[in-house]
Design a protein around this ligand. Structure first.
Ligand code: GLY
Length: 350
């Protein structure tokens, strides 16, 4: 078993390759009560009811699937259940699921009694390498994705690699988009590894290594800039465009699929404004396409631009993006004009 340490408002560990049943048992011994949130698919596949029944001090709360669970109406129901079950400051929430569930469970924990402990047990590749680590919790609203939230670090993140076997190739590939992002912004060795795997099945064989390297980068960046005053923004490479696309698709696209297209947009923008070379721009498309990820869209540009303006990284009316000077060398693009964005969008093709 390996672990990586994150130093944020408190220090915690991301453990890799733990059996979640044992993890739940030890979490339940550290708190009088634990409140477990999970979507029905995860609960049924992993027999959570039976596992939690054996613990006696655990309550299971089933949440809707996907991004739709990140809704204030769901949070209200969780708050009500936390009250009914008498969760106090010394108790804990445990979120078992994909990134939407760890965002939601973390947010419920951040807001209950002004913040109680929570643990993340991510079940998707995207959640293992990104969402569950770093203490960003939140929900969506009509205004956009993740605009309501809190920085509230988990007490522990526990990655059980057995969950990966339950993911479809499409879901695994969606997680690879985040891994590829990390490769471009900070760890080119990830790109080297992925260039040797030309199918999702072969990428699965190196999953543990990819997760370890990606979490190491995330831990390093979050430990240096937990509240995203600057450095942490590099983790949003491809996300300004990706979030807008995801919202326009009413969250029908996987987060990683929207990020995949966003990465190509960010690479093209970097070519235009920072001189990122053609080979590196092409490498974005090649790597993403080899895992079946989309690299273009025919959504009209106008509505995307409107949504990008409400992104968290916007400052006033200025649109800001993370770009790349070269692989591993990110650059903050301030005040990018809508004309430049539109011509970049046109270069991406349909
Ligand atoms: N997902 C980007 C971050 O955690 O900052």
């Amino acid at each position: 078993m390996r672990h990586i340490t994150v130093v944020a408002e408190h220090e915690y560990k991301v453990h890799i390759d733990e059996h979640f049943e044992g993890v739940l048992h030890s979490i339940s011994q550290s708190h009088s009560k634990i409140f477990v949130v999970a979507p029905a698919f995860v609960a049924e596949t992993f027999h959570l009811e039976r596992v939690l029944h054996a613990l006696e001090n655990a309550t299971l709360f089933i949440v809707p699937e996907g991004e739709h669970q990140k809704d204030i109406a769901v949070v209200e129901k969780i708050w009500q259940a936390l009250g009914e079950n008498g969760l106090t400051r010394s108790d804990a929430v445990v979120a078992i699921g994909g990134g939407a569930t760890t965002d939601l469970g973390g947010f419920a924990a951040a807001t209950w009694l002004r913040g109680i402990s929570w643990y993340a047990i991510p079940t998707t590749l995207a959640a293992m390498v990104d969402a569950s680590v770093g203490g960003k919790t939140g929900i969506n609203s009509h205004a956009g994705k993740n605009l309501i939230g809190a920085f509230h670090s988990p007490t522990g993140v526990h990655i059980d690699l057995r969950f990966l076997a339950t993911l479809s190739d499409r879901d695994f590939a969606a997680g690879l988009a985040e891994v590829i992002k990390v490769g471009f912004i900070r760890d080119a060795s990830i790109l080297d590894i992925l260039q040797k795997q030309n199918t999702v099945s072969s990428a699965r064989t190196v999953a543990e290594d990819l997760i370890f390297r990606s979490v190491a980068v995330k831990a390093d960046v979050v430990s240096a800039d937990f509240q995203e005053s600057r450095l942490r923004e590099i983790l949003n490479y491809g996300h300004t465009f990706g979030h807008a696309l995801e919202k326009i698709s009413h969250y029908e696209m996987r987060h990683g699929e929207a990020v995949s297209i966003g990465l190509v947009f960010a690479a093209e923008l970097s070519g235009k404004l920072l001189g990122l070379n053609m080979d590196d721009i092409s490498l974005h498309r090649t790597l993403l396409q080899q895992f079946g990820l989309p690299t273009s869209t025919n959504v009209p540009f106008g509505p995307l631009l409107e949504l990008m303006r409400s992104d968290k990284k916007a400052r006033g009316s200025m649109l800001r993006f993370i770009g790349l000077n070269s692989v591993g060398n990110p650059h903050w693009l301030e005040d990018v004009s809508s004309e430049v964005l539109e011509s970049t969008y046109e270069r991406m093709g349909p």
